[in-house]
Design a protein around this ligand. Structure first.
Ligand code: TXA
Ligand code: MG
Length: 317
């Protein structure tokens, strides 16, 4: 089903249903975060393993106090600097957050999306919304309602908010004492995070220990066709190849060429990354996809993270 009433969607969420909705990053598949049965349907529809915790989406800071506990005031100030926006912060959870949401962890990922439809949906639903990206587990993330319909036609409702602006999932950080751990790179770069950390805090690279974050698995976000990353443009391509590049070049002889940007503008590349992969996945004339690498600094870190995971199963490793 696909229509566009936020009221209707909110009514479905409040009644225990599952709704796909836009955020500024990618589309989410949401249910009332405080209703474990509703949340269970997300796992079922997505075919997602139950060890993979969900992010809880909020519209006001009041929810912070209700959903988390023992949070130092300076971390709340840090959160307020970036929220609403594409940052998820993993914090100690309060008792009202059901275990199914956090896969049994004592922490919960909190995010306030910077998207008017998402905010209105949370407000009208009257509850925080637990939502993973609205794709089948392991497949490409959705940056449009059409991408959601392709993978999750059984959602109770799909709110269409057009193409998402950022295009890749939120940056995720967790706090352990005075350490801020980057769990998933995103459009908010490590440099920006480090700049706004409270005094005495340091940004550290991800540790493995007991944190469960399957978004960090090596293989994820994969198209259903072989995907190869290249740094130097190959001289020739096999028949039925799709090529994705990030700057204006004279397209070589390929079945189809998609430009995510004309000028290697990484904000544009991120915004069009998943949609270009979806387009190649859907194109019956394409049998394999070649995508140009980007430099791994700034936003390029998050873009390469998604590309490598998408290509991992085809990389011969
Ligand atoms: O931009 C986004 O973050 C999108 C939109 C819909 O908000 N959501 C999203 O959710 O990407 P998902 O479920 O596809 O990815 C969330 C990642 C997962 O890898 C999960 O393991 C991790 O966040 N995560 C969630 N709660 C966590 C927790 N308490 N501790 C560690 N990792 C957590
Ligand atoms: Mg996801």
């Amino acid at each position: 089903m696909q229509t566009n009433s936020i009221q209707k969607a909110a009514h479905i969420i409040a009644g225990g249903g599952v709704v796909a909705f836009p955020t500024e990053t990618v589309y989410g598949l949401g249910a009332n975060a405080l209703n474990p049965v509703a949340v269970a349907r997300i796992f079922e529809l997505k075919e997602r393993p139950s060890f993979d915790p969900l992010i809880v989406h909020i519209d006001t800071f009041d929810w912070f106090a209700k959903l988390t506990k023992n949070i130092p005031p300076e971390i709340i100030r840090f959160a307020k600097h970036f929220m609403p926006g594409p940052l998820t912060i993993v914090l100690e959870k309060s008792e009202i957050v059901p275990h199914i949401v956090t896969s049994g962890l004592n922490t919960v990922g909190i995010r306030m999306p910077n998207n008017a439809i998402a905010q209105e949906l949370i407000r009208l639903s009257g509850c925080p919304i637990a939502a993973p990206s609205a794709n089948k587990f392991g497949q490409l993330s959705p940056s449009s309602a059409a991408h959601v319909r392709k993978q999750l036609p059984d959602a109770d409702y799909i709110l269409d908010g057009g193409s998402t602006q950022v295009g890749i999932e939120s940056t995720i950080v967790a706090f352990h004492g005075k350490e801020c751990i980057l769990l998933r790179p995103g459009i908010i770069t490590p440099e920006e995070i480090a700049l706004h950390l409270p005094e005495g805090y340091t940004l550290v690279a991800k540790k493995t220990e007991s944190i469960v974050a399957p978004g960090l698995l090596q293989s994820h976000y994969s198209p259903k066709k072989p995907l190869f990353i290249f740094e130097k443009l190959p001289k020739s391509f096999p028949a039925k190849s799709g090529l994705i590049v990030h700057q204006a070049i004279e397209a070589p002889k390929v079945e189809r060429c998609i430009f995510t940007s004309q000028t290697e503008n990484y904000t544009e590349v991120a915004a069009h990354l998943f949609s270009s992969l979806h387009a190649m996945e859907d194109d019956k004339n394409i049998e394999q996809i070649y995508i140009q690498a980007v430099a791994e600094s700034g936003l390029g870190v998050a873009i390469m993270d998604r590309m490598k995971k998408a290509a991992f199963q085809y990389s011969g490793q």
